[in-house]
Design a protein around this ligand. Structure first.
Ligand SMILES: *Cc1c(COP(=O)(O)O)cnc(C)c1O
Length: 376
C-alpha cells in the first residue's frame, strides 16, 4: 500500500520554506537576543497588519494569552466567565486558574459555534441565582470558522461583559469581509505547531484595539513590570514569546496566505466528494474559514467507530475533536451547575475530523474521499 496519508505534515512544510527559515534562525543565532529580540517586535507588527488590529502583544502560548487577557480585566473570585462547552480544555481552564467560575454554554448544532440565544439564557440564569458576577464571555472560533461575533458583542454590550475571542484555531479566518482580530475586546491566538499558523514550540499572541489593554498585556507578560525592569506594578507572569519562535513564525507567515488558500481548496474538494455520504461542515454565512479542522458528522457513535476503523484499514488517519464536552470532564464537573447542554453532548458522540493541511496532495485527498465513501 502507499504511505499512510499524513494527518499533518510539518516536514513537507519545512522543506518549502527551508532557505528563508535557515536565514531567520541564523540571524537570531548571530545577535543572541533570545528574549524580546527584534524578531518579536517585527512579528507583532506583521500580525497586527495581517488582520488590521491596532495592537499585537506576543506571549508564550495561546493559553497564556487567554489568561493575561482575563488578568488584565481583574477577573477572579466571584466572577462568572461564559464559554462554550464544546471546545479545547484551555478555554475553561483559564478562568478556574484565576479563581473565577466557567459557565458552560451550548453550541449551534450546525456551525458548532457558541449559541448566542443560549448565552443570553445562561447570563440571565446566573444573574437570577445571584451568586456570581457575570464579567466576561469567551467566544471560541471553533475549527477555523468564526463565532457569531455581532450577536455576542451585542449581548455583551447590553450586559456589560468583556469579550474575549479565543481564536487559537482560527487566525486567518474572516467574518463579513474582516479578518478575525478585531471582533472582540481582545483576541487570543495560538502558535501551537498544529494550528494553522504554528511555530516550532509553544507561542501565542493577543490582539486589541485598546492601547491601554496592550500596555497592560506587555506588563503582565513580564512579571507586571512598569517602565523600568525593577518597577513591579502588579502580579504578572513569565509569559513572553521566544525570539527564536518569532523568527520561525516570520518565515511561516510568508506562505500563510497561500496555505489558507490550499486549505480552502481541499475543503471544497472534500465537500464535493463527500456530500451525500456523510454530513459535511456547515459554513458560517459570509465568512472564510482557516480550516484548522474539517469535521464531519456521523449518524451515531457506532457509525463513527465503523468509519474510523474503515479509514484506518485504508491508511487514512482521523481524529475526534472532542470526544467529551467540557462539563463532563472530571476537572470541570464540580464547577458546572448541572445545566444540560444537549448539542455539545450529542456532537461529542458522533463528530470526526479528516486530515486537512496545505501539503495534502490531490492523491491524498482522493484517497481520503474514497476511504470515507467505502470504495478504497
Ligand atoms: C490550542 C487551543 C488553545 C490553547 O493554545 P496553546 O497555544 O496550546 O496554549 C486554546 N483554545 C483553543 C480553542 C485551542 O484550540
Amino acid at each position: 500500500m502507499d504511505r499512510a496519508v499524513p494527518f499533518l505534515d510539518l516536514k513537507a512544510q519545512q522543506a518549502r520554506i527551508a532557505a528563508d527559515l535557515r536565514r531567520r534562525i541564523d540571524a537570531v543565532l548571530a545577535h543572541c537576543q533570545f528574549i524580546l529580540g527584534p524578531e518579536v517586535q517585527e512579528l507583532e507588527q506583521k500580525l497586527a497588519e495581517f488582520c488590521g488590529a491596532a495592537h499585537c502583544v506576543s506571549v508564550s502560548s495561546g493559553t497564556d494569552a487567554l489568561q493575561i487577557a482575563l488578568m488584565a480585566e481583574g477577573i477572579g473570585r466571584g466572577d462568572a466567565v461564559f464559554l462554550p462547552a464544546f471546545t479545547y480544555t484551555a478555554t475553561a481552564e483559564v478562568p478556574l486558574v484565576l479563581g473565577a467560575v466557567p459557565v458552560f454554554v451550548d453550541v449551534d448544532p450546525d456551525t458548532f459555534q457558541i449559541d448566542p440565544a443560549h448565552l443570553a439564557a445562561r447570563v440571565a440564569q446566573v444573574r437570577a441565582a445571584g451568586q456570581l458576577r457575570p464579567r466576561a464571555v469567551i467566544g471560541v472560533d471553533l475549527f477555523g470558522q468564526p463565532a457569531d461575533w455581532p450577536a455576542i458583542a451585542a449581548l455583551a454590550a447590553r450586559e456589560g461583559l468583556f469579550t474575549l475571542d479565543d481564536c487559537a484555531q482560527s487566525f486567518g479566518a474572516a467574518l463579513h469581509g474582516a479578518r478575525l482580530g478585531r471582533a472582540a475586546d481582545a483576541t487570543a491566538i495560538s502558535f501551537f505547531p498544529s494550528k494553522p499558523l504554528g511555530g516550532y514550540g509553544d507561542g501565542g499572541a493577543l490582539l486589541t484595539e485598546s492601547a491601554e489593554r496592550a500596555a497592560l498585556y506587555r506588563s503582565l507578560r513580564t512579571h507586571g513590570e512598569g517602565t523600568t525592569r525593577y518597577d513591579v506594578l502588579r502580579t504578572g507572569m513569565n509569559g513572553r514569546l521566544d525570539t527564536l519562535q518569532a523568527a520561525v513564525l516570520l518565515s511561516k507567515l510568508t506562505v500563510f496566505e497561500a496555505e489558507l488558500a490550499a486549505r480552502e481548496r481541499i475543503a471544497a474538494a472534500y465537500d464535493a466528494a463527500l456530500s451525500g455520504a456523510v454530513q459535511i461542515p456547515v459554513r458560517v454565512p459570509d465568512s472564510t474559514s482557516a480550516w484548522a479542522v474539517y469535521a464531519i458528522l456521523l449518524p451515531d457513535s457506532a457509525a463513527r467507530d465503523r468509519l474510523q476503523a474503515q479509514l484506518k484499514a485504508a491508511g487514512v488517519p482521523s481524529a475526534i475533536y472532542y470526544p467529551r464536552p467540557l462539563h463532563h470532564q472530571p476537572a470541570y464537573a464540580a464547577a458546572h451547575d448541572g445545566t444540560a447542554l444537549p448539542v455539545s453532548e450529542n456532537l461529542a458522540s458522533r463528530i470526526m475530523a479528516l486530515p486537512i493541511h496545505p501539503d495534502l496532495t490531490d492523491a491524498d485527498v482522493a484517497r481520503v474521499c474514497a476511504a470515507v465513501r467505502g470504495n478504497s
